[in-house]
Design a protein. Sequence first.
Length: 277
Amino acid sequence: MPIPIFNSVASFFLKRRISQIELFKDYPIEVQQEVLRKMIVYSIDTEIGKNFKIHKTGYCCLSCNDNIEIFANGFCKKCFFESPMSGDWVMKPELSKAHLNMEDRDLEYEKKIQLQDHIVYLSKTSGIKVGVTRSNNKTTRWIDQGAIEAIELIEVPNRYLAGIAEVKLKDKFSDKTNWRKMLTNNIDEGNIIDIKKDALDILGSEFKNYFKTDNKVVKFNYYRENQIDSVKSASLKKTDTIEGKLIGIKGQYLIFEDSTVFNVRSNEGYKVDITIN
């Protein structure tokens, strides 16, 4: 191959790899979640019905990457209270301040996340739930929550406005998922399009310019070998090894034959060895 052509090909792949590295540096949690989602989706046809053994070997904080005991949400104690990735605005969007050019922990990072288009949505998880997510992350978010249906209400230019809208809707709709009910029941809370009309009435004229009018309902199916009537949770915080026959996956949860469920998201920050046979 002539040198100029080789250099062009090499340059193409290097630029692509550098772009992937930069994306991971800017959005480490989101990139890991997307990789996990793809792994789960790709494995459904081949791994359901096999025996899994998940063994904890250490820790890896999502912020500093150190082998330090996880305090909460995948972070060591220091990073949980200091990292911009775990600021209060992550769980409470209405506390976002980047649109005012005001820093919480790291203004540059907060602008990258907060000053993106966000949607406020309704989903059927354990019931009708209201939530907020970035517009480019909505499908991943709905799958992550175990939603069987979802519909967009509004799309706004920043996280703060989405948070304010969510607060208005919390008087009527929960912003939490009852994970036991989500895993054991088929949810039927009525026609989600009709419920959307009620939600938009609550938001009123303040958000009218941001209304989503297409009424597209996104539906999801989650495979499992059989129905379960009750579940028990397993966590790497309480035990070093979790094992069993995998019979299904829903949302963040691996579902095992003995009705044990493992929440992958809540065990972020742990290093593990996984054996499948």
